[in-house]
Design a protein around this ligand. Structure first.
Ligand SMILES: [Zn+2]
Length: 250
């Protein structure tokens, strides 16, 4: 019976290693995504600055265009004024004055627009300042986040190596038929081949176990599979002895 007991202990150890390995793998597989999210934040901060700078460039171009238009119109007025001295009729004179007035009105409107654009430029410059400040303040913190994630990744990879090595050492000590049974259940049951019996139930699927079977599981005289989920049922003596120790200390 001792030999059988020892096998159960090893299967339990194997299941614990597999559980730990599964957890490590799950956390490891999350890390690239977490790093990507931080990188997106870094990019969003820098995009904010870039977009504000683009808008300032467009604003500057618009102002230059408006100023060029004003300059052309002013030249036009100067030309009309020169023509005033050469006109022969009152009608021509009046019509030129009207042209001058209309051109001046257009200049006034354009200059109002230039002032508006200047105010917008002030706003954009303020946006650039605050976006740059935000970027600067957050960049360091975000880079630290990435480096912490990379450190975590390294620690997990080391843990994975350590657990895999332990598992490799354990495998040859488990009798082949039991190992094969474990592996085939593990593949079918999302990596969980063993189920602890708690009171009289399979802890994985909550099936009530028949009394006769329960006795054989308790004394570990043979391997029993849960009739519902198909996992290897076992009784955890380490837990019972812990509970007994707790009860006797009360
Ligand atoms: Zn079950």
């Amino acid at each position: 019976m001792d030999g059988v007991d020892a096998d159960f202990e090893k299967l339990i150890q194997l299941q614990e290693l597999d559980n730990a390995l599964r957890q490590v793998a799950a956390e490891l597989s999350d890390i690239p995504h977490l790093i990507e999210q931080v990188e997106k934040k870094i990019k969003a901060d820098s995009d904010l600055v870039v977009r504000a700078k683009d808008r300032l460039t467009q604003n500057q171009k618009k102002r230059r265009d408006l100023e060029a238009e004003v300059k052309d119109l002013k030249a036009q007025i100067a030309k009309y004024k020169r023509q005033l001295n050469e006109v022969k009729s009152n009608k021509e004179y009046t019509s030129l004055l009207k042209e001058i007035q209309e051109t001046q009105d257009r200049i006034d409107r354009l200059e109002e627009e230039i002032i508006k654009e200047l105010l917008v430029a002030d706003e954009i410059e303020e946006e650039i300042r605050s976006a740059s400040l935000k970027q600067k303040n957050e960049a360091e913190h975000l880079k630290e986040e990435i480096s912490a994630l990379n450190q975590r990744k390294q620690a997990l990879e080391e843990e994975k190596d350590r657990l895999s090595k332990k598992k490799e050492e354990l495998l040859p000590s488990i009798p082949k038929p039991q190992l094969q049974l474990y592996l085939s259940i593990s593949r079918k049951r999302a990596g969980i081949a063993l189920s602890k019996v708690i009171e009289e139930f399979c802890s994985m699927c909550q099936l009530r176990i028949r009394p006769q079977m329960l006795n054989e599981i308790r004394d570990r005289s043979r391997i029993h599979l849960c009739e519902s989920c198909g996992r290897i049922l076992y009784f955890d003596y380490s837990e019972e002895s812990r509970e007994e120790a707790e009860e006797s200390s009360r």
